[in-house]
Design a protein around this ligand. Structure first.
Ligand SMILES: [Zn+2]
Ligand SMILES: [Zn+2]
Length: 116
């Protein structure tokens, strides 16, 4: 029953809305073309304010489809333990670090997605 439910479930690309078939694309909820766009965005977005581990966390967040568009520039990001969700924008975030005014990797992920 679970297998049937999984087969019937269609996953569409968060970037362009096309139906995804490759398991890797489905996991990331992003097709190869849109994934490449996000990777290319890293070259256009200024990441100099971020540490290497934050950049890789932002990358993981996007690859795990743990940050999804909510409306125009606002994204819904899932915390690393999966228990909480934050509202993240390029310059603001509702996570504990973001509320303190720090630049968190959620903001970076939002920036990358908007630049893609
Ligand atoms: Zn796409
Ligand atoms: Zn945050």
């Amino acid at each position: 029953m679970n297998a049937a439910a999984t087969t019937n479930q269609q996953t569409t690309c968060l970037g362009c809305g096309r139906t995804l078939r490759a398991p890797k694309s489905i996991a990331a909820q992003r097709g190869p073309r849109c994934a490449a766009k996000v990777r290319a965005a890293e070259k256009t977005v200024d990441t100099s304010d971020y540490k290497a581990h934050q950049i890789s966390s932002a990358r993981e967040l996007i690859a795990d489809a743990a940050i999804i568009p909510l409306r125009s520039t606002v994204f819904l990001a899932v915390s690393t333990d999966g228990t909480e969700t934050y509202r993240s924008a390029p310059t603001a975030c509702t996570c504990p670090a973001g509320l303190k005014g720090s630049r968190c990797y959620h903001q970076l992920a939002a920036r990358l997605l908007l630049a893609a």
